[in-house]
Design a protein around this ligand. Sequence first.
Ligand code: ATP
Ligand code: LTN
Length: 341
Amino acid sequence: MFFFEETKVSDRKTVFSGIQPTGDIHIGNYLGALRNWVKLQDGFDAIYCVVDLHAITVPYDPVALHRSRLDTAKLLLAVGVDPGRSLLYFQSQVPQHAELSWMLSTITSLGALNRMTQFKEKANKAGENLGLFSYPVLMAADILVHKAHAVPVGDDQTQHLELARDLAERFNSRFGDEFPVPEQITPDVGARIMSLKDPTSKMSKSDDDVNTRVLLLDEPDTIRRRFKGAVTDSETEIRYDPEKKPGVSNLLDILSLFTGRSVDALAQDNRSTQYGHFKATVAEAVVEGLSPIRTAFKALDDEEVSRIMVKGALDARMRAEGEMASVRKKLGFDARLGSEG
Ligand code: ATP
Ligand code: LTN
């Protein structure tokens, strides 16, 4: 794990992360990843990407994708990603990601990709294809093309990040030192927010049942309804015990993250509160916490956001091109065009 340190601007480390523009962003994405993205802008060179090339690995509608890319970018700005301090762009507009992905695929074993649990889950649901299979290699390229030192993600990404670390080490030992081995940054609380309907599986964008999740842009009454319908258990006591009481514990995690109070203190205060009343308390904390995000989102203009994303892509290309020159050279591709006669 990575330690936050006071650093001079000149020796700042780089963080990189990505989010897919598929479906709507929920509080799991926010608490597990995006809140850290925003915090890390202070001490790191932060690079954040809407990973739209990843989104086409499952069946999709191009018109809908066009809209959801922009909405995802707007939401990132609304939660506090600041283009003045961070690089923010669409992955498809920076071709070096795909180039490095190809190179890394030549040092990736099929065995490693075969072990990826997310591939199996998605392939069962949406059908398989080569892009879905090699998705983790593109994710490694996303991170390594910027020589990132750390990656803020939820804990469902641990297996993918291990591959990125492994590929960095493998490349370095085969071709010479090039990439830092990236560390995962995952919050102590909130790394895996669970579904409101099945608290033994994670809250997910792609769950068919919308009642399982709360979206960042949900209206207050929808949020209240979602929590009212949240699955708890047949006991009556509010207690933090993720094994035996996953539903209640998930609600305590969410309340803690939205109020800034510890899970222990909240469990103590609510020990004999009725479940219905407790769920309403959680709902109100979430309504209040999400309200500034909804307001910021509504104030953003599509044209302006598109301009921000184009500027981000141009800067990211320049940066990635600088890194790729040395990678190409190491692989035996001469950097001087036309010099090979
Ligand atoms: P899907 O479930 O369809 O794969 P997703 O909800 O995981 O989608 P992603 O775009 O894949 O959404 O994830 C964006 C970020 O949010 C990643 O860093 C991921 O680890 C994090 N994340 C996703 N779901 C959760 C969750 N339930 N709790 C905490 N973090 C999460
Ligand atoms: N696989 C990730 C999204 C993702 C990502 C990345 C995250 C693609 N490239 C690079 C961190 C760094 C997901 O499904 N959440």
